[in-house]
Write a protein that binds this ligand. Sequence first.
Ligand SMILES: O=C(O)CCC(=O)C(=O)O
Ligand SMILES: [Fe+2]
Length: 440
Amino acid sequence: MDVPPLRSLLRLFDRPRAETAPADAPVRTSEAPEVGALLGASSPAERAASSGLLTVETSLSAEIPTEATLRVFVAGADRPAMQRAVRLGPQAEQSWFAIHGHLAPNGPLAVRLALVDGKGRTLAERTLTLQVRNEGELAEITRESLTRTGAPLVVDRLDSGLYDYADQTLTAWYDRTPDAVEAHLAMLAKTGQARPDEIAALRHFVDEGYLVLPDVVDPKHLKTLNAALDDAVAKKIEGYEWGASQRLHNLHLQYPAIRDLWLHPKVIRMLRLIFGAPGRPCQSLTYVFGSEQQYHQDTIHLTSFPQGRMCGVWTALEDVQPDSGELVVFPKSHRLPRIYMKDAGAAKVTDDWTEFGDKVVSLWTEALQPNSRKFQREIYRPKAGTVLIWHENLMHAGSIRRDKAISRRSIVGHYFAEGSVVYYDSSGMPGVLYEGELPA
Ligand SMILES: O=C(O)CCC(=O)C(=O)O
Ligand SMILES: [Fe+2]
C-alpha cells in the first residue's frame, strides 16, 4: 500500500484565526481591584448572525495570581449555564466555550461572563450580544433532538457522546435505503429541482461516495486561481517552500479568485441538492503539490450532528498528472461504520497524534483491509476545472509523489449543511462556518 506512515495527519481543526478578531480589550471592575483581574471575550457571532455552535473566545489574567471561577450566564438567567475554576496569573490564558445556539431563540442573545473569587466577589465581568440564526428543517430537527436529549446549553469540549447519533429519523436521504433514495431522486426530478445530469451525479454520490462535476471552473478563472497560487508561493506564505506537500490555509481570505471558487455557484447549487439545505464552507486548503496524506475519513475531523452533513469539495487547478501524488478514493467505503474518538477510546488531540495513530488509524486500516484489497483504490486524475465532492465518510488519501517535480495544484473546501451542529471530534473544538451571503 503506497501510503506513507503516520505523517501529515490532518490538522483540519486549525482555526481560521484571520476571521476571528482577537478578544476585545479586557475590562475590569472596581469591586475587587486589588488582584487586577482582566476578562477579554469575543465571538464571531457578535458580528454575523450565526447557525449552530456559537464560539466565545476568552482571555483571562490577573496581576496577582488568584484562584477564581469563570461563570457564564445566558439570556439573563441568574444561574450560570456553565462555570469552571480558573487560575489567573499575569500571563493571559486563552480559552473558549461554545453555546448550542439551537437551544436559544433566533435573534440577539445576551451572554454574561463573570470572574468571581473564592469569596463570591466579582473580579471582572463582561456581556456579549450574540446573533442566533437557526432556520429551516434541519435546524428544527436538530433543535428537537438537542432538547429531547438534554444537551447542555454551554459546552467547553465537543464530543460525539453529546449527541443522539442512534436516532435513525435524523439520517440524511443519501444514507437511507435504496427505495428511499430513489423516491427522493424522483421527487427532485419531478419538482424540477434537479436536472437529469444532476440526478445521475447524486446517484453516483449515494452509491460510490463521491460525485464528479466536469468543467465547473472556466479557463479565465483557472488562470487567476493559478496566479494566486504563484503569488502565495513567491511570498512564501506560511513559510511555504517550492516542492513541499504542505497545505496553505484559508487563502480565500487573501485572494478574491480563491474566494470566488470557495463560493462557486455551481458547487453551492450541488451542495444544496445533496444537503437539502444551504452548504456553508468552513475553511479552504490549497495544495501546490500532492498532500501524501494517509487514508482517512474526514468524519472524525470535520464532524456534524446530525450525521452526514459534511462534504469535501476538491477542485483541480491543473490537469492532474500520473505520479504527482494524485488524490485516491475508495469507492463505497462511505458505507463503513463511522468512527469517532469515543468509540476508538482515544483522548482528544492537542499536539501529539501518537495515540490517534494507534487507536483511530488502526481502525481505519482494519476497516479498509488494504492488503486484501477489500475496497478498490481509485486514482483520480481529473482535468483542470473539475470538481469532486465526497461524502463525509468516504475513505480517501493523497498517494505517494513518485515524481517530486510534478505539481498537483488543487484546492479543498469542507462544507457543512446549515442547521447542523459543526465540530471537530478529533480535537473537541467547535467548528467555524462562513456565515455570509451565499450565491443564489
Ligand atoms: O488533497 C489531498 O490529497 C487530500 C485532501 C484531504 O484529505 C482533505 O482535505 O480532506
Ligand atoms: Fe480528507
